[in-house]
Design a protein around this ligand. Structure first.
Ligand code: F0G
Length: 452
């Protein structure tokens, strides 16, 4: 059977609201053509992010009721700790309110001004938290990752030779840690192979540099390894994930992705001394170490989600559904970042709309058009997000369609496919945009545009 079905049924539903074309035109004008400024109730299908937008399961909601709200020594903490210990094997697990809080604590403790932190590709909050300490965040993706059309099994891999050269140039003492983001969000949700993690680990070990995973989408990465890397087809996703974690010295984790939680995260490490420093900082800004900025019920929801996400039926469906969206639009002429990733499809807007130059923001123009046409919200990842006023354009002009977990059905995905293909049929009519108002930092969240 080739029909993709959701491996769950629906017990509680949330209505979606249709709007008319005239209403959407008005919302766009009011929002200054910035989809972050549009009220969620005016969106039909929201593909802005896969973060914190998952549908929780019956068991997770049961966990919410079970949550122990004791300030210290909460049972919920120990339930999460048991699951996290079994999965990651790390000696210490410190809960945080989300991924970036784990990043801030990790880098505050480990980085000094002038240090360098390499990664296959840092996510924006990771980069920002590294740079906030005065250290430098360096991306070392494999060279092929720059070509959006290259179809590689593990396009999220790190360039191991480039890592070795960087260490030789900077000196191991100046590199407090190496990071690997699995899957690689900024690079299109592409996976990292176990062979690559092993190769990076060997280089790190030779130079006594700790290796940390940014493990937000560890389960999706594990599934790609099972499907694509020779030798792992008979392993369970959990065994593969355990092997991934066993190669690292610690991790940061946003439970808003692969733990199906609406909030939460954690920071793990094997280093007792670092864990002590991290805990001290945690108490200062996040909370007592057995809740770390979360309610007990959140810890329980994460504990359950971490186990559910490794269900092979779920992961098979998840990756197949994302691939279905990608293949159906790409095979009908919409250029995407190939091959389809785990949590999102990225349209190469520069290729799709060659008549719109980078300074007129083709990714943003496409996001606006998709909303106007079908009430779908997506996000630009291009020169609006990454370039500064008067600066060089971003290396790619992309539109990300991130798929919330267990939220939309295959018919919703079919609707998205149809909408994108209809926009593609009249893509020559799509017009560029100009910024009329912008803040000094992170302008994509609040800038206002004018249609040209
Ligand atoms: N690392 C990666 C790879 C991420 O994708 C994110 C968040 C974070 C860290 C930070 O985690 O949001 O819990 O603080 N990504 C979201 C996204 C926001 O839309 O891709 P957080």
């Amino acid at each position: 059977m080739k029909t993709i079905i959701e491996p769950f049924r629906i017990k509680s539903v949330e209505p979606l609201h249709h709007s008319t074309a005239a209403e959407r035109e008005r919302y766009l004008v009011e929002a200054g053509y910035n989809l972050f400024r549009i009220e969620a109730r005016h969106i039909l299908i929201d593909l802005l992010t896969d973060s914190g937008t998952s549908a929780m399961s019956t068991e997770q909601w049961a966990g919410v009721m079970r949550g122990d709200e004791s300030y210290a020594g909460s049972e919920s903490f120990f339930r999460l700790k048991r699951v996290a210990d079994d999965l990651t094997g790390f000696r210490h697990m410190i809960p945080t309110h989300q991924g970036r809080a784990a990043e801030r604590i990790l880098f505050s403790v480990m980085c000094r001004p002038g240090n360098v932190v390499p990664s296959n590709a840092h996510f924006d909050t990771t980069r920002a938290n590294i740079e906030f300490t005065g250290a430098r965040a360096v991306n070392l993706p494999i060279p092929e990752a720059a070509d959006t059309q290259a179809r590689l099994d593990f396009k999220g891999n790190m360039d191991v030779a480039a890592l070795a050269s960087l260490i030789a140039a900077e000196g191991a003492d100046n590199i407090p840690l190496v990071m690997l983001t699995v899957t690689n969000n900024s690079g299109g949700g592409q996976p990292v192979s176990l062979a690559n993690i092993e190769a990076v680990e060997q280089v790190c070990r030779r130079h006594h540099i700790p290796l940390y995973l940014d493990a937000c989408r560890f389960a999706e990465n594990a599934w790609f390894i099972r499907e694509r890397e020779p030798g792992y087809a008979s392993w369970s996703p959990k065994q593969i994930a355990q092997k991934m974690f066993s190669l690292a010295d610690g991790c940061t984790f946003s439970a808003k992705k692969d733990a199906f939680a609406n909030i939460g995260g954690f920071l793990s490490t094997n280093d007792d001394r670092l864990a002590q420093q991290q805990t001290n900082l945690l108490i200062l800004t996040e909370g007592f170490p057995t809740y770390g900025g979360l309610a007990g019920r959140d810890l329980d929801a994460i504990a359950v989600g971490l186990e559910e996400v490794l269900d092979p039926d779920y992961l098979r469906y998840r990756i197949a559904s994302t691939r279905y969206l990608g293949r159906h639009i790409a095979d009908h002429g919409v250029p995407i970042v190939e091959p389809p990733g785990g949590h999102a499809i990225y349209i190469d807007a520069a290729r799709m709309l060659p008549h719109i130059p980078p300074h007129q923001f083709p990714g943003q123009a496409l996001a606006v058009e998709l909303y106007r046409h079908a009430s779908i919200r997506s996000v630009e990842i291009g020169s609006v997000m990454f370039s500064v006023p008067g600066g060089r354009p971003a290396p790619h002009e992309l539109l990300r369609l991130a798929i919330p977990r267990r939220v939309y059905t295959q018919s919703h995905i079919d609707y998205v496919v149809e909408a994108i293909l209809e926009v593609n049929d009249r893509k020559h009519e799509v017009r560029g945009l100009e910024i009329v108002e912008e803040p000094p930092f992170l302008r994509h969240f609040s800038a206002r545009f004018r249609q040209l």
